[in-house]
Design a protein around this ligand. Structure first.
Ligand SMILES: [Zn+2]
Length: 430
């Protein structure tokens, strides 16, 4: 059985050895244990059948609540923000360039001692222009304290997806957590296949790129689910099994609105170690009523129902609804309230702010401990850092594939032989 407690001497050593160079440079005197995403993956694998919450910090209340929950669960946590949420065209005040600063600051303020990774979620690359921008933008986000990233070129055909992942890799620090994505997250249509996933991971392997996580389209959508048929556990398990020799873990997207039971099966039956939770935490911070797995409960007229005495003040919520109505925003558009209301929410009295955080904390704690089986994994993460004596745990696998078989022309030729149904094209939420 793992040690449940970390001695203060070990914690100090972990701060000294475990913080990556960018973090040490920008937060030289910090007592926040910000680590590479790899460390979080390792800790979950060390426990086995355990998944780390990756909380999308769409507002400061969510970040606070997720950190407090992780501390209570004695589990590492990933605090992340996606390009759509916090890139250059963001709808949130939290962004790629201030999220590490917020996390570092809040860890110190709240006395958080569990390891935390800061992850750039869904760094989308849809064309050559995005790729050129990424070569500048990704380094800037690491300069600002990012310790992990998800490259999402899944909107592209398989060969272009692989080639984009290869082209951008030199711009990502080797020590950082790395996630890649196959199959756009868009629900029941265009589900990922074993062939597609193998193609991406083998091609990367041939180029000495060893991602920590793969995200699949395994049946979820982002945002609010209309039904809970959701995640295809069997398909996920099959793909993870096919990828076993590449030692890649799974990343689960679109968890909000999937039943706890289905998420427990993902934990128990697949190699998933990271699960993104975005919409549910935001809804709870506002005080919107959700069911046990975080899907918003709508009233008879199909509107969100606010729980009196929880989340934002009643007056604030009325203002938010009126704002959304003035823009003719539907339920799925409510996330756009993040940016215009961040300061208004922060300007509420302490008791209101505290209850917003507390709602997130309680929900996240329950999910981490009762669904994700992540409790008491923090000492395993610290153990890994101390054993390695470094912030860089290195790759989990070495090169297996032959680079000569994975040149650009061979990649294109191989991709043309892949059979798969990509599902409908269109704009799906990241
Ligand atoms: Zn996602």
């Amino acid at each position: 059985m793992a040690k449940r407690k970390v001695s203060s001497a070990d914690f100090k050593k972990a701060l000294e050895k475990g913080r990556p160079p960018n973090i040490k440079k920008i937060f030289p005197n910090s007592k926040a244990l910000i680590v590479s995403g790899k460390v979080v993956d390792w800790a979950m694998m060390a426990k086995g059948k355990a998944v780390a919450m990756a909380a999308n910090g769409r507002n400061q209340f969510v970040i606070r609540g997720a950190l407090l929950a992780a501390q209570r669960a004695n589990a590492p946590v990933i605090i992340e923000i996606a390009k759509s949420e916090g890139g250059t065209k963001a709808y949130c005040a939290v962004n790629y360039w201030n999220i590490a600063m917020l996390v570092d600051n809040l860890c110190n303020e709240l006395g958080i001692t569990i390891p935390v990774a800061v992850h750039a979620d869904h760094y989308g690359i849809r064309d050559e222009r995005d790729l050129a921008a990424a070569k500048v933008e990704i380094p800037t986000s690491f300069e600002a304290g990012m310790t992990s990233i998800a490259i999402d070129a899944s909107h592209l055909p398989d060969d272009k997806n692989l080639l984009a992942n290869i082209a951008i890799n030199p711009y990502i620090p080797k020590w950082a957590g790395l996630e890649t994505e196959v199959g756009e997250i868009k629900g029941e249509e265009g589900l990922s296949t074993v062939g597609e996933a193998l193609f991406l991971i083998q091609g990367l392997n041939a180029h000495d790129i060893f991602p920590d996580w793969i995200a699949l389209n395994n049946g979820t959508t982002h945002g609010i689910e209309e039904k809970d048929s959701g995640i295809q556990v069997q398909l996920t398990a099959e793909i993870h099994t096919a990828l076993e020799k590449y030692k890649i873990s799974g990343a689960q997207h679109g968890t909000s609105g999937n039943s706890s039971e289905r998420l427990r099966q993902i934990v128990a039956r697949t190699h998933t170690t990271k699960a993104n939770v975005a919409t549910a935490l935001q809804m709870i911070s506002w005080g919107v009523q959700v069911n046990d797995y975080g899907n918003a409960i709508l009233d008879a007229s199909g509107n969100f129902s606010k729980v009196k005495g929880e989340g934002a003040s009643e007056e604030m919520w009325e203002e938010m609804v009126a704002y959304a109505q003035s823009k003719s925003w539907k339920k799925g558009d409510y996330k756009n309230l993040s940016l215009p209301f961040e300061n208004k929410l922060l300007a509420q009295p302490k008791e209101i702010r505290d209850r917003m955080v507390k709602g997130v904390e309680d929900f996240a704690y329950k999910m981490m401990t009762e669904v994700f089986n992540a409790q008491d994994t923090a000492p395993l993460a610290i153990e890994a850092i101390l054993k390695e004596g470094s912030y860089d745990l290195g790759p989990k696998v070495t090169r297996i594939e032959n680079p000569a078989e994975w040149t650009e022309s061979k990649i294109t030729e191989r991709a043309s032989r892949l059979v798969g149904d990509k599902g409908p094209t269109g704009k799906f939420d990241d």
